[in-house]
Ligand binder design. Structure first.
Ligand SMILES: [Zn+2]
Length: 249
């Protein structure tokens, strides 16, 4: 039975297609409740990131397991019935794999991925597995209605600095013309090897490890049919600056 199920899943999987629920601009405008369960999400990918309803922590999806980092930055395995207001996943199949054997800061790392992908107008999926000199992270914490704007939430977000850890950092590069739909530029989350620590990455220096990338040209975006989404302002003035502040560059 299990074997049959696995086979079925394997044949229905499309690799390197980005599945996204809702938009970054909606999250920014406090649409913090979605209708997509984690079980639904995992049908579309085993690799990715996002957040949880009520903005209850940062999400990382690694090898088909969803981890939740609440305000204290400690990971727990998330229940499949939990829902997400914003998440991006794919069945990641690396197109290129290289070894980084000297330290790269954020700018150098991003330049390396840009160079590998080549085309700046495609999405990219990125995974680095190895050692980090430094990783600065933040997480968000559970909000109550009436929901505050995301910029007010992130002004009070808990931040953490991890030094000399090993783990994996993964996520996506979004082309600039898609700002608002997603986060233009790099959006990466990290999970330590002990599966205990991590969150949304704001700065880092990787020491050595394996870098895997794939370009993405196939997108599936599911927009919410909720009242909150219907009433949200998804094209406010200064959207780009607000996303940069909210997502920490
Ligand atoms: Zn994030």
């Amino acid at each position: 039975m299990t074997e049959q199920l696995n086979k079925k899943t394997a044949t229905s999987r499309v690799t390197n297609r980005l599945y996204q629920t809702s938009t970054m601009s909606a999250l920014l405008d406090a649409v913090y409740d979605g209708e997509t369960t984690l079980d639904d999400l995992l049908q579309h990918g085993d690799f990715g990131l996002g957040t949880f309803n009520a903005l209850d922590g940062e999400m990382i999806v690694a090898d088909g397991v969803v981890k939740q980092f609440r305000a204290e930055g400690i990971a727990s395995q998330a229940h499949g019935g939990l829902k997400t207001p914003f998440a991006c996943v794919t069945f990641f199949e690396p197109e290129q794999t290289i070894t980084l054997d000297r330290p790269h800061n954020k700018e150098e790392f991003e330049a390396k991925v840009d160079e590998l992908i080549g085309n700046p107008n495609l999405f990219a999926a990125v995974r680095f597995t190895g050692e980090f000199e430094l990783a600065d992270t933040r997480t968000v914490f559970c909000q109550c209605r009436p929901y505050p704007h995301m910029l007010d939430v992130v002004a009070r977000q808990p931040t953490f600095t991890m030094k000399n850890i090993s783990g994996q950092m993964l996520g996506f590069r979004t082309p600039h013309y898609m700002q608002g739909i997603n986060v233009a530029g790099y959006h990466l989350h990290i999970l330590s090897d002990d599966a205990q620590h991590g969150g949304h990455v704001t700065d880092y220096v990787v020491k050595r490890g394996k870098l895997e990338v794939a370009s993405i040209s196939d997108l599936e975006i599911e927009l919410p049919r909720t009242k909150d989404f219907a009433e949200a302002n998804l094209n406010p003035e200064g959207l780009s600056d607000s996303i940069r502040v909210a997502e920490g560059g």
